[in-house]
Design a protein around this ligand. Structure first.
Ligand SMILES: [Zn+2]
Length: 470
């Protein structure tokens, strides 16, 4: 490769760090330079091979690892309002006793305040794109408000608008509990079509159809959402087989299982993005792989709610597109992609009883490349021409010493609080570990006020064992 000596005035240069490119050769360049022009990466190479004089701005990344920005494939940012509550409840109880009552009571303003808090935390942890499955409250003004809240922090995303539609046959087989139910299937699809038709493709945050859960949405709503995604060139997103009981409930109602049904209807494809996908048969895993469908793996949430352990190596082997998600502040309590990566590795080793079943490099590929494929984003790789979404993370602390195998350090030793600088679309969003496009104190105060009011109305006190609610 000839040296890149063409004089060029880059807008932003990240110099001196250890650049983990995730490119086709999986190059690690140390010290390396990432040069950015506009919203794209212009050069990635050894420091002495990129002519950076005249750059508009240079950030010294000495002692840091420079990574593609992280893509959180499944989140519910507004659930920051119930953070720390409901511990010990399994998925369905957690939904019906805590989450759905909050979904009924929360206002748009409260949801927006909670979303901004979590999006700010996500940005600080190196997340540059978040798939936010928004459903509380479920009106389209909240969808728009939540998208704006994410954009206000400076990161990208897709708001998968959560829908429930007409009560389906499968609900009759549920033991207990209710679900948010505001619109018929027909009305939901109309609202969604209108939102998609009016949404500008230039925005940092897209909207996707997000029927909440295959097991408690009717099939017409799911098919309608898949159809809208194809018509408008988006993904669609849903929870799929998170609970062990879901396939059985579905089988009783429809005589089949969710993924097998999607496959039989021709609804699996890259635009289908399924959260969890834990309780699947081998045949269903093969179907996901064959279709190139997306799966958002949420290892922290799955452990927190004791939902189960997804067959990650088998999914990857089958060719499914797997990205990582945090599944929201209420089940992870940190918007932390490093925690998600580490937990994914640890859980798979325990599941297999085999420490060799997955390694740090593979989970980093899953997070970066899988996340980009899942969302259809031209990112996840530090290479010329790709979107300039970058996370710079401090490795100079004792937690990273000695650093002998960089991927293992990234996955096992770093946390989101080690992130120093985040660039999205060529713009600096986080600097010295603080979000610079918003007033952080104001975001925190707004969220605390909203959560306090909501907590009084819903009665959050009953979920607290020690001390008083602050
Ligand atoms: Zn979820």
């Amino acid at each position: 490769m000839p040296a890149t000596r063409v004089p060029r005035q880059y807008d932003l240069v990240l110099s001196g760090g250890t650049v983990v490119t995730l490119d086709n050769e999986r190059r690690v360049i140390e010290p390396g330079t990432v040069a950015i022009s506009g919203n794209r990466i212009a050069a990635v190479d050894a420091g002495d091979k990129v002519e950076t004089s005249g750059a508009h701005r240079t950030i010294d990344c000495t002692g840091c690892v420079v990574l593609p920005g992280f893509i959180d494939c499944h989140n519910h940012l507004a659930q920051s309002v119930i953070k720390t509550l409901g511990e010990g409840l399994a998925v369905w109880d957690w939904l019906s006793k805590l989450t759905f009552p909050v979904a009924h009571a929360i206002t748009t303003e409260e949801a927006v305040a909670g979303t901004r808090l979590a999006a700010m935390e996500a940005a600080r942890a190196g997340i540059t794109f978040v798939v936010d499955n928004q459903y509380m409250p479920p009106d389209p003004d909240t969808t728009t408000g939540v998208a704006g809240a994410i954009e206000s922090i400076g990161i990208r995303g897709a708001v998968a608008r959560g829908m429930t539609g007409t009560r389906p046959a499968a609900m009759a087989f549920r033991a207990s509990g209710s679900r948010p139910n505001h619109y018929t299937t027909e009305a939901e699809l109309e609202i969604m079509a209108e939102l998609l038709a009016g949404w500008s493709g230039d925005r940092m945050v897209a909207v996707w159809p997000g029927p909440l859960n295959i097991a408690f949405n009717d099939q017409e709503l799911i098919a309608g959402c898949a159809d809208l995604a194809r018509r408008f060139g988006t993904r669609w997103h849903t929870h799929c087989c998170e609970s062990e009981g879901d396939p059985g409930v579905y089988r009783q109602a429809y005589g089949t299982t969710p993924v097998a049904w999607l496959h039989s209807e021709g609804l699996l494809g890259p635009e289908a993005t399924l959260a969890h996908a834990i309780w699947l048969s081998e045949d269903e895993i093969a179907m996901l792989g064959e279709a190139g469908a997306g799966v958002a793996h949420n290892p922290v949430s799955n452990a927190y709610l004791a939902s189960g352990n997804m067959a990650l190596p088998e999914m990857l082997e089958a060719g499914a597109v797997v990205g990582l998600g945090t599944d929201g502040p209420a089940v992870g309590h940190r918007q932390d992609p490093f925690e998600a990566m580490k937990q994914a590795v640890l859980a798979q080793r325990l599941r297999a009883g085999n420490a060799a079943v997955i390694d740090s490099e593979t989970i980093l590929e899953t997070a970066a490349l899988g996340g980009a494929a899942f969302t259809g984003l031209d990112a996840g790789v530090l290479a010329p021409g790709r979107l300039a979404d970058v996370a710079v993370v401090d490795m100079s602390g004792p937690n990273c010493a000695p650093r002998q195998r960089v991927a293992a350090t990234v996955v096992n030793s770093l946390t989101g609080s080690n992130v120093r600088t985040v660039v999205v679309d060529g713009q600096v969003v986080v600097e010295d570990a603080r979000c610079v496009q918003v007033d952080e104190d104001e975001v925190l105060e707004d969220a605390e006020r909203a959560i306090s009011n909501l907590g009084d109305r819903v009665g959050f006190d009953r979920f607290i064992r020690w001390g008083a609610r602050a």
